[in-house]
Design a protein around this ligand. Structure first.
Ligand code: AGP
Length: 620
């Protein structure tokens, strides 16, 4: 959940590293620091708070050099302060490291090093890495040590990496070897950028995509030495590894806000295009089915699947919950959905024909990655539904489907969610047509998907209506979101959106659950957002709304119905167009995203970087 970047080239490193940190800030932003290598020494600047604070310090106390590393932190061990900010050094000041991940055996290593005379200055787990590299490089603390060679530095990093337990993506610089930078990864992402006589190393490509789109993704237990004239990738055992250079298809301006006040609003408004991208080239109307070649499953394999288990966290879990409804509806395969953090520890039951689907926007979520590994360990067929190409989860699954939502910068996931839902429908369609789904029903689904982007685009054009309604509830402290069947997970998602960016206590429930306890909380200050679609359950939903009304709760309905009771029961109504039920969850979440966004903005919250959160949760 931290962002790291390294640079080695012909330019001053500092401006490039700071620009890179700004593009990583959504990964974690409670402190930041930078180190550059100058002849025979390392210069370091660190600051708590956002990157702007570090920039201000550098204006007063600049540092120079064309080799450097930098870090933006999401605290896991030790509070967010200057001391605990990365980069970290050891005893000699000749080594500096930045780290993303958690070193699980840091306390044991630290105790051992302290017994040898190492003095630690921080409360972090990461500092032990710098001391350990020094120990391997220069011997016991205090020993006189001549400058090391690059080969000795590589060996020291390799030995250190093999001793570390837990997860790490690290970048290392050394004052004795100013023309080199070393990276190593295990469990946390690390990607190499191959420029023109300059090299980059970062947690993700956003950090350097301005400068190069030629990238190499490191795998676990791999390290890389960057030199001015090239690089060498190897295993921790120092065996050379050949890695393919990949070309990043999107460019830097996609990372920018594109004229919107926040990334989140930009990404909400991108959804007509990103949903289209999710099904682009994957619908086969002539065969009334979908094509998902990345699964590498034959029709025979699909016919034999007798159970699907979906593992994910947060918003991705909600996508999986909608997936349950659409896959069971169209493909008639039993689907279970489980929190990845629960699945990994409950000794899950896997059988030969169990298919496990891991849904993850970042493809780096630690709990979901662990669930993938547990499922593979038990022999399951595991597929990844990811957004970030080349992410760890994507690469550790046997195959999968990229959702093609493009880089999602806002911490609150929006476009990735609707793209995940789109892929759920594609899967349901594909699997269904191998089994019992009729051609006619399949064509209805295909037409519904193909028409959806335009429907959402038209709704988004009216988003001012949602803003006006949302701002009436800016002072709400407690809220319910309620829905039934495939809209129940959408209610959960709407609650999560409001909770995570406005800090309002919002919770989602199956609508019928109100009377089993939650309705005790309803009073005239309480808000309920009710998803009320036209259809066989509308009278049930209206009864639930009535129960809340009778207790003076405030009610906003999101509906595609003209039922006469709605204006009588609700304080406000957000109307959406009527679409095929199988794609209705994708449409219905958009007003909820906007509702949360406008309330958070009206409350003056930091919409793109909400407190306490990070974009990619790469720790347990
Ligand atoms: C979504 O708005 C949240 N930021 C969070 O719940 C997120 O969905 C969750 O951490 C899973 O992330 P992933 O999709 O990258 O695995």
């Amino acid at each position: 959940m931290c962002g790291i970047i390294g640079y080695l080239g012909g330019e001053e490193a500092c401006p490039i590293l700071i620009e890179g940190l700004k593009r990583l800030e959504y990964r974690g932003y409670d402190s930041a620091g930078i180190a550059t290598v100058v002849p025979g020494a390392i210069a370091i600047r660190k600051r708590p708070g956002k990157i702007a604070a570090l920039e201000a310090l550098l204006r007063e106390q600049p540092i120079h050099g064309t080799t450097g590393i930098a870090h933006t932190r999401w605290a896991t061990h030790g509070p967010a302060n200057e001391v605990n900010a990365h980069p970290h050094t050891g005893m000699t000041g000749r080594i500096a490291i930045v780290h993303n991940g958690i070193i699980e055996n840091y306390a044991t290593l630290r105790t051992h090093l302290e017994r040898e005379g190492h003095v630690f200055h921080t409360e972090t787990d990461s500092e032990v890495i710098a001391h350990l590299i020094e120990r391997h490089l220069y011997g016991p603390a205090g020993a006189a040590a001549p400058p090391c060679t690059l080969a000795q530095l590589e060996a020291a990093v390799s030995q250190t990496a093999k001793m570390l337990e837990g997860t790490f993506g690290i970048a290392v610089v050394c004052a004795d070897v100013p023309d080199a930078l070393i990276g190593a990864r295990k469990g946390s992402p690390l990607v190499l950028g191959v420029g023109n006589n300059e090299m980059f190393l970062a947690s993700d490509v956003n950090a350097f995509v301005l400068y190069t789109r030629q990238v190499i993704y490191l795998d676990d237990n791999e390290m890389v030495t960057l030199r001015r004239d090239g690089y060498q990738t190897s295993t921790f055992e120092r065996r050379p590894v050949t890695k393919d250079i990949q070309q990043i298809s999107w460019d830097a301006d996609e990372i920018g806000r594109g004229g919107y006040p926040h990334f989140m609003l930009k990404e909400i408004c991108e959804q007509p295009e990103t949903i289209r991208n999710a099904f682009r080239g994957r619908l086969l109307p002539d065969h009334a089915t979908a094509k998902l070649g990345g699964l590498h499953l034959s029709n025979r394999d699909i016919l034999l699947i007798d159970r699907i288990v979906i593992v994910a966290c947060g918003t991705a879990l909600h996508a999986g919950m909608v997936g349950k409804y659409v896959i069971e509806e169209l493909a008639r395969i039993p689907v279970e959905v489980d929190y990845a953090s629960e699945f990994r520890y409950r000794n899950p039951i896997i059988r030969p024909n169990t298919l496990v689907l891991a849904i993850s926007q970042s493809g780096e979520t630690a709990d979901t990655l662990a669930a993938v590994r547990e499922a593979r360990q038990k022999g399951a067929t595991v597929m990844g539904i990811c957004n970030v190409v080349g992410s760890t989860i994507a690469r550790e699954c046997e195959g999968g489907v990229y959702v093609h939502a493009g880089p999602e910068i806002g911490v609150a996931s929006t476009k990735a969610f609707t793209s995940q839902l789109t892929v759920m429908v594609l899967l349901a369609l594909y699997f269904g047509r191998v089994r019992d789904l009729s051609r006619a029903t399949a064509l209805d689904v295909i037409n519904a998907l193909q028409g959806l982007p335009e429907v959402i685009k038209e709704f988004l054009a009216q988003r001012e209506t949602v803003r006006q309604i949302a701002e009436r509830y800016v002072h709400t402290q407690h809220a319910f979101f309620i829905g039934r069947t495939e809209l129940y997970p959408v209610a959960l998602e709407g609650a999560l959106k409001l909770k995570e960016i406005s800090y309002i206590d919002a919770n989602g429930y199956p609508a019928a659950e109100m009377k089993h306890g939650p309705i005790a909380l309803v009073d005239e200050q309480h808000l309920t957002v009710a998803l009320v679609p036209e259809g066989e359950l509308i009278e049930k939903m209206l009864s639930n709304v009535q129960e809340i009304r009778a207790r003076h709760g405030r009610i906003v309905a999101v509906t595609d119905s003209d039922h006469p009771k709605l204006p009588q029961l609700c304080d406000d109504i957000i109307r959406v167009p009527r679409v095929h039920p199988i794609v209705r969850p994708i449409l219905m979440v958009v007003p909820l995203q906007l509702f949360a966004y406008y309330i958070a903005v009206a409350r003056g919250c930091d919409v793109d970087q909400p407190r306490n959160l990070a974009k990619s949760v790469t720790v347990e």
